[in-house]
Design a protein around this ligand. Structure first.
Ligand SMILES: [Zn+2]
Length: 60
């Protein structure tokens, strides 16, 4: 099963993602989607992920 973010092969430690970064991107999408219109622009997604990482307490 490919990474849902970048479609590379997944890594067991980060399933269903390929990396911590993609897991964070997915988290950012999810958080962003809860209060704003989701964007499919990759740069927006990355920005949302980094904003979410700064704004949200670590939940794992
Ligand atoms: Zn990935």
């Amino acid at each position: 099963m490919p990474c849902p973010i970048c479609e590379k092969e997944t890594v067991a430690a980060y399933r269903p993602f390929c990396s911590r970064r993609c897991a964070d991107v997915d988290l950012g999408r999810w958080l962003n989607g809860s209060y704003a219109v989701p964007s499919s622009d990759p740069e927006d997604v990355e920005q949302a992920a980094s904003e979410a990482a700064k704004a949200a307490p670590k939940i794992h």
